[in-house]
Design a protein around this ligand. Structure first.
Ligand code: SF4
Ligand code: SF4
Length: 693
């Protein structure tokens, strides 16, 4: 099975800086998609008492398991990043493909696929890369300092025994104090980037956790885990709750009667064995109290994905259930939040369910912190879709005359006056607030004349008052209905091959790990001959015509690709870019380990390049002496000397004892030459040439 492998820290750092300097992008995200934040608006929020410059970020999922994901997410505007869930069982074998974003969004993936130690390394590396970005001031605005406050939120799962295990405890401790890991990565900064070696990197990477539990986890176990995290691990905690809390009848009513997803079927057992409503209220009451007594904070997150029957053919048939996200989950979760807030209006809520640019501002108006997204970022544009979230929020804030998030919450649904009257019974502060509301004045300033905390109380009250309106608006939004979400991305009927395609480049941003990339090559159309052993000598025999028409080519970096299948969904051609396009490995070790896959390993050395290739299961090696323009291409039996620039064979010889009739396919050399030269070309940054100074 393909495994994710993080890139060397030096290669990540070099690529990030070089790609930005030379091409105006970072990990394939163009600078025009970087989030700058509006200078006239303060979109900052408090999460567990710490400030983040924006409430938005990726939900624990495919967008935050590798270092480059963290960078991409941050550049596009994320300021609260829920890192992908880690657990004691870090040797999972997940079904592939595992993400189906063709319509509303389903998945069968769940936790981090990296080992615990590798997750730690990726998260610390990501945090260090953010430190470099901030020091480098890539955003280039005078207001930068205000827009850079970032929170990394750990996510752990899934049961008490695993979370209490020495390995997971040590992992959490290492995130709270990452000095050892930071120093190890600092030592990997190569000479050409030495100016970054002295940076004062963040060592307290995170001190807060979102807990994810198995479906069916008993209430007592959930409570036990949160107690353990609050008291023994001394972290702030968010507990993620399931949409099953709403009850099967209500969920089915929303899915079928309101939204029209008749084909989506829930199972009674998933509702029966999950946390029940009364239990949820009881444990959140007790845990809020435990947190208060420990000087920590506690909140809930709505929601997990919804477990439903696997009625589609996308995932392996052995998967009986799959997990629904996207628009329908948004409506269900809004209804759940509405119900929960009526019962426990004081508990802070983190929200993640079908969030996109269109509904993000409403989520912010309901006072959720953070507001995280996942499925939407799997669609064309990927992380580059995030800046629009903030742009639309900014438009709404300006239209309401709200300079900051709190003012926006109070004004967004027209419930501000009610909120003020509920929180302050009379006096000058109330008059000032009502006056400011009526005249478009600054609410924070108006509240300053009241008692401390008045502004925050009015904002919280307004958020609660907004909730039923927000839930009703979500349910009435035709975008979330089944008929609007039936059509899959269009396919054009052609099948991908190693070189050339329609070059739409959709496969690049839709990959959460930036595993697909563009490389340039000189187009080539040439007749070639094969080479065959005959009585100890090598003879030429008829071959074929090799054609690579386009300069712009696509490749896949295997070490970053977990074969989730998302790029296949959005590629207009059939076959899947991650399957059909050249698969580049990050090391000879990983190329050797995955013998069941074709692919290339390319290495640039002093004066020479080396390419290892597996093509239709046969292995080849190419050594290129660039100064002499000579290449030596072999399958271990026949070796051909070539003029590498001309892609022309000069001579061939067979090893001693070569079997008669053995044939070497010269097109393999042409494949290796185009791929090798293309990916090593420094004019286009990619994960392969990032290792070249
Ligand atoms: S591989 Fe598919 S998605 Fe990628 S550029 Fe080619 S046609 Fe577009
Ligand atoms: S390259 Fe495609 S299959 Fe691989 S991780 Fe990226 S989106 Fe998933």
């Amino acid at each position: 099975m393909a495994e994710l492998i993080g890139a060397p820290f030096g290669a990540l750092l070099r690529r990030m800086i070089r790609e930005h300097e030379r091409e105006g992008k970072v990990f394939d995200l163009p600078a025009r998609k970087f989030w700058h934040g509006a200078a006239d608006l303060d979109t900052s929020v408090l999460f567990h008492g710490r400030r983040a410059s924006s409430p938005v970020g990726p939900a624990a999922g495919p967008q935050d398991q590798m270092a480059q994901n963290i960078v991409l997410s941050w550049l596009a505007g994320s300021r609260i990043l829920e890192l992908k869930t880690v657990q004691i069982n870090d040797r999972l074998v997940l079904p592939r493909p595992c993400i189906d974003a063709t319509t509303v969004g389903y998945n069968v993936e769940w936790s981090q696929e990296l080992r615990l130690a590798d997750s730690l390394r990726e998260y610390v590396a990501g945090s260090m890369l953010l430190d470099v970005l901030k020091a480098e001031n890539l955003l280039g605005l005078p207001s930068d300092r205000l827009k850079q406050d970032t929170i990394l939120d750990m996510s752990v799962g899934y049961d008490l025994a695993g979370i209490r295990s020495p390995q997971v405890r040590a992992w959490i401790d290492s995130m709270k104090d990452a000095r050892t890991e930071v120093e190890a990565l600092r030592d990997q900064i190569p000479d050409d980037l030495r100016r970054w070696r002295d940076l004062d990197f963040t060592t307290r990477v995170s001190d807060q956790i979102t807990l994810s539990t198995f479906h069916g986890c008993p209430a007592g176990e959930i409570e036990g885990i949160v107690r353990f995290l609050l008291t023994e691990m001394d972290v702030h905690v968010t507990v993620k709750l399931n949409p099953t809390l709403l009850g099967q009848e209500t969920v089915d009513g929303l899915l079928h009667d309101v939204l029209g997803y008749d084909e989506v079927r829930t199972r009674a057992e998933d509702f029966d064995k999950d946390l029940q409503w009364d239990q949820a209220l009881e444990i959140t009451d007790r845990l809020s109290e435990v947190a208060r007594s420990r000087g920590r904070t506690f909140q809930v997150k709505f929601s997990n994905t919804l477990v439903v029957r696997n009625h589609r053919s996308f995932f392996p048939a052995a998967e009986q259930v799959m997990y629904l996200s996207g628009g329908p989950l948004h409506v269900i979760t809004m209804a759940l939040v509405d119900r929960y807030r009526r019962a426990r209006p004081e508990v802070p809520i983190s929200f993640s369910a079908g969030v996109d640019a269109q509904n993000y501002a409403d989520c912010v108006a309901l006072g959720f912190t953070p507001v995280t997204t996942c499925t939407d970022l799997l669609r064309p544009g990927g992380y580059g879709r995030l800046p629009r979230y903030d742009a639309l929020l900014g438009e709404r804030m300006r239209a309401l005359g709200a300079p900051r998030i709190g003012d926006f919450v109070v004004r967004a649904f027209g419930r501000g006056e009610e909120a003020v009257r509920a929180e302050v019974s009379g006096g000058p502060a109330r008059d000032a607030l009502l006056g400011a509301l009526a005249t478009g004045g600054d609410l924070l300033q108006a509240a300053a004349g009241g008692d401390p905390g008045l502004y925050d109380r009015v904002v919280r009250r307004a958020a609660v008052l907004n909730t039923p309106l927000g839930a009703a608006r979500a349910a009435a939004d035709p975008r979330h209905r089944a008929e609007k979400n039936r059509s899959a991305p269009r396919k054009i009927g052609s099948h991908l091959v190693l070189f050339d395609c329609i070059n739409c480049d959709k496969c690049i941003p839709v990959c959460p790990n930036d595993a697909n990339f563009v490389y340039e090559t000189a187009p080539l159309s040439v007749s070639y001959e094969h080479f065959r052993v005959r009585e100890g000598a090598v003879a030429r025999i008829p071959g074929g015509q090799f054609v690579a028409r386009k300069a712009h080519q696509i490749a896949n970096f295997q070490d970053f690709c977990n074969e989730c299948g998302n790029c296949d969904v959005f590629c207009p051609e059939d076959g899947g870019p991650y399957i059909e396009k050249p698969r580049l490995f990050g090391s000879l070790e990983s190329w050797t380990a995955l013998r069941e896959r074709d692919g290339f390993f390319v290495r640039r050395g002093d004066g020479g390049d080396a390419v290892w290739a597996r093509i239709r299961g046969s292995e080849y090696r190419l050594e290129v002496d660039r100064a002499r323009d000579r290449g030596f291409f072999t399958d271990g039996v026949i070796t051909i000397e070539v003029s590498h620039r001309e892609r022309r064979p000069l001579g061939a010889q067979a090893r001693e004892g070569a079997p008669d009739g053995h044939t070497l396919d010269f097109s393999a050399y042409l494949n290796m030459a185009l791929v090798g030269d293309g990916v090593l070309d420094l004019r286009r940054a990619n994960p392969v040439n990032a290792t070249t100074p």
